[in-house]
Design a protein around this ligand. Structure first.
Ligand code: S3P
Length: 440
């Protein structure tokens, strides 16, 4: 059991944010690299994996499925599929002894459901209290349309899947979700006939990039993605996972809070489907520079943010989808921007690890900001004189980090409950905060 003392973090007002950091590996890419490597024909090596709880959950689930993962001599993990069959790939997963524990990780659960739907085994996927509340029907329904045999309690975990033969289908998604798209593409690997996904807005394309790098046949045209199954198994993968842009976003936000505060992040993923927050900070007035090169399937590089005076922005549904994980950090910045920052079309924020609209509204109001919320959005009036307060992260890693960033410009100490939730994606967060922040 976690002790209360261990879970409260105190953030003191900052006099300066300055410095250079590397953030942990990208969690979205790490889940996919591991899952696809588990399915490939032969030995893959993945370096730069983050040590967060979400990726640990994927590794533990794959081990329960008989996938062999070992530390590699060159750092990172070497992944061997459970059974390398003659002409095949990792369809030889073994039936796990108990439920697969996806812990707090929606990506683990949704992607594994897609992969296992067309396998030869049965499994039950479960998770923590937060994950049990999150919607799974959005992946169960399209997979069932392909023939999948999946049972759940009203579209929520625990979810039982019995692998079976699948048929490729055309899916017009009602929700912009990379997890749903990816689950369908993973199921599509085992289906007869092509699988097509049409997205209502662009979402992160890591699954498509990794599949292509491993010899998969994936075509993208606008918001339509088509996967053709192949008799050839996926080729193994050797890659270094770049730093997580969504983790870097908290430091970008911190640097943007005050003129001349600055931060440099090196070795960070700069995939065009992930960097909308950089454009947005620039639009708000911050000085943002990106320097990208391509190393393997994913663009990587460095970024630098220097604070300038900020103005408010308005964001609609397509931009909200592109920024979805960065919106808590953006709301912290919005408290210091002149005018009303308005975020609409962001209902998805309500079904993340917590209801992020409610959590940020409550936290920032306790700190003295003027915040309004409605079912699909949130607005913040700036600039606000924030005061330190006792705020609740609701056990959500991104809420804990966003409120910690807001605490840097509050007039007294901010205490954040359940702050150890940062371990889901960024266990070193508070240590890094001490490295780049001078506090009073
Ligand atoms: C993710 C997709 C997004 C994002 C999540 C990670 C992924 O979720 O919020 O943190 O790795 O595919 P949705 O697919 O629900 O939008």
């Amino acid at each position: 059991m976690r002790s209360d003392l261990a879970t409260v973090a105190i953030v003191r007002p900052a006099t300066l944010v300055a410095g250079e950091l590397r953030v942990p590996g990208d969690k979205s890419i790490a889940h996919r690299a591991l899952i696809l490597a588990a399915h490939a024909d032969g030995e893959s090596t993945i370096r730069g994996l983050p040590d967060g709880d979400d990726v640990r959950a994927t590794i533990a689930c794959l081990r329960s499925l008989g996938v062999r993962l070992f530390p590699s001599a060159s750092g990172g993990l070497t992944v061997f599929p459970s059974t390398v069959t003659g002409g095949g790939s990792g369809w030889g997963f073994s039936t796990p002894h108990g439920p697969l524990d996806c812990a707090n990780s929606g990506t683990t659960m949704r992607l594994l459901l897609g992969l296992l739907a067309g396998s030869r085994i049965s499994a039950t996927l479960d998770g923590d209290r937060s994950l049990r509340r999150r919607p799974m029907a959005r992946v169960i329904e399209p997979l069932r349309l392909m023939g999948a045999r999946i049972q759940s309690d009203d579209g929520h975990a625990p979810v039982a899947v019995r692998g079976t033969r699948l048929q490729g289908r055309h899916h017009a998604l009602g929700v912009a979700s990379a997890q749903v798209k990816s689950a369908i593409l993973l199921a599509g690997l085992a289906a007869s006939g092509p699988s097509t996904v049409v997205e209502p807005a662009h979402t992160r394309d890591h699954t498509e990039r990794l599949l292509r790098a491993m010899g998969g046949e994936v075509q993208t045209q606008g918001t339509t993605i088509e996967l053709r199954p192949s008799h050839r198994p996926l080729a193994p993968l050797t890659m270094t996972v770049p730093g997580d842009f969504s983790s870097a976003a908290f430091w970008m936000a911190a640097a943007a809070l005050r003129p001349d505060w600055s931060i440099t992040i090196r070795g960070v993923g700069l995939n065009p489907t992930r960097i909308a927050f950089a454009d947005l900070l620039q639009r708000m007035g911050a000085d943002v520079q990106l320097d990208s090169s391509t190393d393997g399937p994913e663009p990587v590089g460095s970024l630098r943010v220097v604070g300038r005076s900020l103005k408010a922005v308005t964001i609609g549904p397509a931009e909200a989808a592109a920024l979805i994980d960065e919106i808590p950090a953006l709301l912290a910045v919005a408290t210091q921007a002149k005018g009303t920052t308005l975020i609409g079309g962001a209902t998805e924020l309500r079904v993340k690890e917590s209801d992020r609209i409610a959590a940020m509204t409550e936290g920032l109001r306790l700190m003295g900001a003027e915040v309004e919320e409605w079912p699909s959005g949130i607005s913040v009036q700036g600039p606000a004189n924030l005061q330190g307060a006792a705020v609740d992260s609701r056990g959500d890693h991104r809420i804990a980090m966003a409120l910690a960033v807001a605490g840097l410009v509050a007039s007294g100490p901010t205490s954040i409950s359940d702050a150890d939730s940062v371990a889901v994606s960024y266990p070193e967060f508070f240590q890094h905060m001490r490295e780049v922040v001078d506090a009073v």
